[in-house]
Design a protein around this ligand. Structure first.
Ligand code: GLN
Length: 250
C-alpha cells in the first residue's frame, strides 16, 4: 500500500470545528498512516474550490448558526454542486452537526433565516419551537444498514437546537440513548451512498474506529476495489467506546 495516497479535504476547517471535530481528521490520518498509506490534508476555505485527486475524503464539521450563515452562500454555488456530484459518483463525505444540517435542502435558523444546503440528503432542519429545549447530551446509536451485515454502534455527544426531518433518505443510525435528529422519531443522522451525516461530535471517529476504517475503505476502494485494511490494535479506542456505551446503556 506504500504508493497509495489519500487526500482529506477539510471543509471550512477554521470555522466548523465544534467539540474537537478536527479529531476526526487526526483519526483518519493516523489509521491510514499506520497502514503505510500517505495522507495529505487540504483545508478548503471560503472562496476555494474542491480539487479531488482520485482518492478523497471530504469532512465537514459542526459549527454554530453564525458560521453556517457565513458559509452558506459559498457552499450553495459551484462548491455545493461539485460536492453533490462527488457523492453521486461514490465519493466519501462525513458531515457532523452544523455541517450535516447543510447537507440537506435547507437549515432554518432560530431567527427564521433559511440557509440553503447542498441537497445531498433529502431532508431539512427547522429550529426548535418555543419551549423546545436544545438537544444536548451523550448518544449511543445502532447503525441501521450495516456494511456486510456487521452490527455496529456509535457513541458521541450532541448539542443542537435544530430538528432534522428526513424525507426519502435513510437514517444512518437508530438512537438507543440520546435525542438524534429531532428527539422524536429515533432517527440519528443520514446515509446516502458513501455520504454520512450525523449529530455526533466527541469527536466521533477516535472512539468509533470501525467507522473510521469504513470511511477509509470507501475512499481507498475508489482507486483499488480489492484493497483491504490490516487490522490494528484498537484496545484503547474500544475502551473509550465501551466506557461511554456502558454508562448510557445502564
Ligand atoms: N447550529 C446548529 C444547531 O444548534 C448546529 C450546532 C452544532 O454544530 N453543534 O442546531
Amino acid at each position: 500500500m506504500g504508493r497509495t495516497r489519500l487526500t482529506i479535504h477539510h471543509l471550512y476547517a477554521d470555522m466548523m470545528n465544534l467539540y474537537g471535530d478536527r479529531g476526526n481528521v487526526i483519526a483518519l490520518r493516523k489509521r491510514a498512516e499506520w497502514r503505510g498509506i500517505s495522507v495529505e490534508v487540504l483545508d478548503v476555505g471560503l472562496g476555494e474550490g474542491l480539487r479531488p485527486t482520485g482518492c478523497d475524503l471530504f469532512l465537514f464539521g459542526g459549527g454554530q448558526d453564525r458560521e453556517q450563515a457565513l458559509l452558506a452562500s459559498d457552499l450553495s454555488g459551484t462548491k455545493g454542486a461539485d460536492l453533490r456530484a462527488i457523492v453521486e459518483n461514490g465519493g466519501v463525505v462525513l458531515g457532523v452537526c452544523g455541517g450535516y444540517q447543510l447537507m440537506g435542502h435547507h437549515y432554518e435558523t432560530l431567527e427564521g433565516e433559511k440557509l440553503p444546503g447542498v441537497g445531498i440528503f433529502d431532508m431539512y432542519t427547522r429550529p426548535g419551537r418555543p419551549g423546545e429545549a436544545r438537544l444536548i447530551g451523550n448518544v449511543l446509536a445502532r447503525v441501521r444498514s450495516p456494511e456486510g451485515g456487521d452490527v455496529h454502534e456509535i457513541a458521541g455527544f450532541e448539542n443542537h437546537g435544530g430538528r432534522t426531518e428526513l424525507g426519502e433518505t435513510e437514517p444512518f443510525a437508530q438512537v438507543i440513548a440520546g435525542h438524534g435528529n429531532n428527539g422524536r422519531d429515533g432517527a440519528e443522522g443520514a446515509r446516502r451512498l458513501n455520504a454520512y451525516g450525523t449529530y455526533l461530535h466527541g469527536s466521533l471517529l477516535p472512539k468509533n474506529p470501525w467507522l473510521t476504517d469504513q470511511l477509509l475503505l470507501n475512499a481507498l476502494r475508489q482507486v483499488d476495489e480489492n484493497i483491504e485494511l490490516e487490522p490494528l490494535d484498537d484496545a484503547v479506542e474500544l475502551d473509550a467506546f465501551s466506557s461511554m456505551a456502558e454508562r448510557l446503556r445502564g
